[in-house]
Design a protein around this ligand. Sequence first.
Ligand SMILES: NC(=O)C1=CN([C@@H]2O[C@H](COP(=O)(O)OP(=O)(O)OC[C@H]3O[C@@H](n4cnc5c(N)ncnc54)[C@H](OP(=O)(O)O)[C@@H]3O)[C@@H](O)[C@H]2O)C=CC1
Ligand SMILES: O=C(CO)COP(=O)(O)O
Length: 367
Amino acid sequence: MAEQQIKVAVLGGGSFGTALASIAADNGAHVRQWMRDETLVAQINNEHRNGRYLPHYAMNPAVEASTDMQAVLADASLVLIAIPSKAFRSVVQAAKAWLRPEQILVSTTKGIEQDGFLLMSQVLEQETGFSHIGVIAGPNLASEIADKQLTATVIASADPLTRTRVQQALGCRYFRVYASDDRHGVELGGALKNIYAIAAGMAAALGMGENTRSMLMTRALAEMSRFAVAQGANPMTFLGLAGVGDLIVTCSSNLSRNYRVGYAMGEGRTLEEAVDALGQVAEGVNTVKLVCAKASEMGVYMPLAEGLHHVLFDGVPAQEMARTLMMGEQSSDVEFILPREAVQQAHRDQAHHDQAPPSQKNGGSNA
Ligand SMILES: NC(=O)C1=CN([C@@H]2O[C@H](COP(=O)(O)OP(=O)(O)OC[C@H]3O[C@@H](n4cnc5c(N)ncnc54)[C@H](OP(=O)(O)O)[C@@H]3O)[C@@H](O)[C@H]2O)C=CC1
Ligand SMILES: O=C(CO)COP(=O)(O)O
């Protein structure tokens, strides 16, 4: 017996929503995509192209675009929401009247909501109270997916049905979907890496080398996992695609919008000029503000995020910030092995020993 065709609704007409809609259609799903721009809807339906966000991408012609949210959601069993974090809740609120508890709701958005420091799946939970909720995150540059470059992502949900359905709907010869049940960790990974992508773009524009980029990415991973663990996530998630995977791609590629904002600033543009020139969302700009505030409230040490915050919002030159960071207190490499406090304590003990009069020094191991 032929398998029933899965019905997928995508909310959002940007680059990622468009790439995901087309993947699902390539994979045999019946796909409707909602966006608010009528001209774009007409272009997608007539030319099978999203001229604003992915102009060179030949979309699967089976994707039906519409500005009618009710029609898009009516009989969908899987709803993918690809709306920037600033507008996410309002779009979910608009959709609510047509959402049903048996539907699977998946956020693809890598951002944080200011009020309450909520991730998008938490917004979905709050707004709907439904149980089939998940997130997609991973190294997924939309324009590379559009080129059908081999790509992998993670579907994270505590709900096995959500994980399985998304793997069935999106997994295909160029898009591989791995599963995780650490929804919070995966979602935090996607949001946090945007901060470091801005810093990496800046470093590249300032002519910093591969050693520097490697240091930045590795220390970023330490910082991200430290923060995520304090938030209840599993640190092992950061070894996966939504952690180190997404960090590598966005800290290395000019296709990342966050990286491009950092690069433009490294070339001397202001934050405002860099964001205006982009014309799309760079979630990291807002995320760094929210994360620094949260880290300070929770007492989590995040020198890179704080350094970037000073550069973006306090006018501190990036090179001066890099110098300050390099001269900060020496620390532990992998703090899940050697705790940072142990390194600090050893420094304090040594300083104490060095200052003691010669008669009190044992002359042995500390010499
Ligand atoms: N692009 C990528 O490579 C990837 C992106 N993501 C994440 O996906 C999320 C969405 O990004 P992406 O598709 O790239 O974003 P884009 O900036 O490409 O597009 C944003 C889309 O959201 C719509 N939108 C914005 N505000 C509203 C609103 N108030 N009401 C209705 N629609 C609105 C825009 O509509 P309009 O054109 O009318 O303004 C547009 O369709 C981001 O959080 C990003 O982090 C994740 C992985 C990869
Ligand atoms: O998250 C992304 C790739 O995984 C996209 O990054 P940008 O939002 O920086 O373009």
